[in-house]
Design a protein around this ligand. Structure first.
Ligand SMILES: Nc1nc2c(ncn2[C@@H]2O[C@H](COP(=O)(O)OP(=O)(O)OP(=O)(O)O)[C@@H](O)[C@H]2O)c(=O)[nH]1
Ligand SMILES: [Mg+2]
Length: 410
């Protein structure tokens, strides 16, 4: 090493730096018998060694001095780059090395570090963009793997865009494919519409038979629109269908709730019974012996509330409602809605009334509900206006809405 240092200093100037060194053997058979060599990589500033300027454009090279320091070019593996303009010095040995002073090397290192950091940043941002892109088109990719035929793909996309559960949309698309394969005369849209209508099942509005009394119980989570819907239905049956209607309110511990339903029943001219304790329910029903339709309203509570469940079970036992309507809001996401349905599983039989459809443009939730619960839809509430904003369920219209061409998905 001391020989090398001496040679480097002499040949390349005192600023030259030895970057690394290692023991090597001469290549080939002779190398087995020759002594070990030391290979050094040296950096120096070509500006300070004018004679070496003609090497400046070359990349890093190694210099292998021989055992004899006076012949440093003996093992130089790379011939020096020569330029007709560049001065050559016969006194300089043919060596190679990184041509930069220590500061210059440091500067280069700093620069490249900065460049790497920038590059790293740009790669990270590209990665982000790419992963967003992949996420966005994931369902398209999954869809493509199914390769539905004859425009079924397009219809499938419309279902998903309407927030039909993807698993359900696939089921329907597959069945549509099978249907049009076995019945080539049927168009894909017709086939899919048929399958949707089948899944929605027939609507289940309240049907009142003459000379009978029917009790209708309205259930559902807090604030979904139970009371408002009862008032709409009471108006529909009393004003339009000329039925004798009564309302029993069991939501009596909230003054506001009592006032709300009292105001409406006064306007409609419909008698209102109030139940403060479940033991009073039977008497209140008896008081309404002349009523053809009795609607029972209950307080909104979390469906998991045990007292609430006991109260409902008590009402079911005493009032024996022929129709139970479970009220859910279309603005609730499907996962939370499933929880609601699960928590009312103790109710033996009910139909579903969906409110607040005016607050969402998606109709997929209606199909999801029927698919998940296997229950039927009774009415749709489509606004706050009493008594107008209530509509009967028309499965073919819902299917039409779900498959409507709305142009390019956003
Ligand atoms: N946009 C819209 N609002 C509705 C609809 N139905 C009810 N509402 C509104 O929802 C709010 C709650 O309605 P309520 O009828 O008091 O709901 P509830 O289920 O009886 O509430 P609780 O008794 O507190 O559980 C009110 O502001 C209603 O006007 C509907 O179809 N669309
Ligand atoms: Mg209410």
């Amino acid at each position: 090493m001391s020989e090398i240092m001496e040679t480097v200093s002499r040949e390349l100037g005192s600023d030259a730096v030895i970057l690394s060194n290692r023991k090597v053997r001469q290549k080939g058979f002779n190398g087995l018998f020759s002594p070990q060599l030391t290979e050094a990589t040296v950096a120096y500033d070509p500006q300070q060694t004018p004679a070496a300027k003609n090497f400046a454009s070359n990349s890093a090279r190694t210099w292998k001095p021989s055992l004899n320091p006076t012949q440093p070019s003996l093992n130089a593996p790379i011939p020096p780059h020569t330029s007709s303009n560049a001065p050559s010095s016969p006194s300089l040995p043919q060596y190679s090395g990184i041509r930069a002073s220590e500061e210059r090397a440091q500067k280069l290192l700093d620069n490249s570090h900065e460049q790497f950091t920038n590059l790293d940043r740009r790669i990270s941002s590209l990665e982000k963009i790419l992963s967003e892109f992949v996420n966005k088109f994931q369902y398209v990719k999954r869809d493509i793997t199914y390769e539905y035929s004859n425009g079924v793909n397009e219809l499938f996309m419309r279902l998903v865009a309407q927030q039909v559960d993807e698993a359900l949309a696939h089921q329907i698309a597959k069945e549509t494919d099978q249907l049009i394969t076995t019945n080539p005369e049927v168009r894909s849209r017709e086939a899919m519409e048929h399958l949707i209508v089948e899944r929605l099942g027939p609507a289940a509005p309240i049907i009142h038979k003459k000379f009978t009394q029917k009790v209708v119980l309205m259930l559902g989570p807090t604030g979904v629109g139970k009371t408002t819907t009862i008032v709409k239905l009471a108006a529909e049956f009393s004003i339009k269908m000329k039925k004798r209607v009564g309302i029993i309110n069991t939501d009596t511990y909230r003054i506001a709730a009592q006032e709300q339903i009292k105001t409406y029943s006064d306007i409609l001219g419909v008698p209102l019974g109030a139940v403060y304790q479940m033991s009073e329910l039977e008497d209140e029903i008896k008081k309404m012996a002349d009523r053809e339709l009795i609607f029972i309203d209950i307080a909104g509570k979390s469906p998991g509330d045990l007292q609430h469940r006991e109260d409902i079970e008590e009402i079911l036992k005493i009032a024996r409602p022929e129709d139970v309507l479970l009220c859910v809001s279309a603005t609730t996401n499907f996962s939370s809605m499933k929880e609601t349905f699960d928590s009312y599983s103790y109710v033996p039989n009910y139909n579903i009334l969906v409110t607040k459809l005016d607050e969402t443009k998606y109709r997929g939730i209606l199909l999801n509900i029927c698919w998940y619960t296997r229950k039927r839809l009774s009415y749709l509430s489509i606004g706050q206006s009493v008594p107008d904003d209530i509509a009967e369920v028309k499965p073919s219209e819902i299917a039409g809405e779900l498959l409507k061409d709305r142009g390019q998905p956003q």
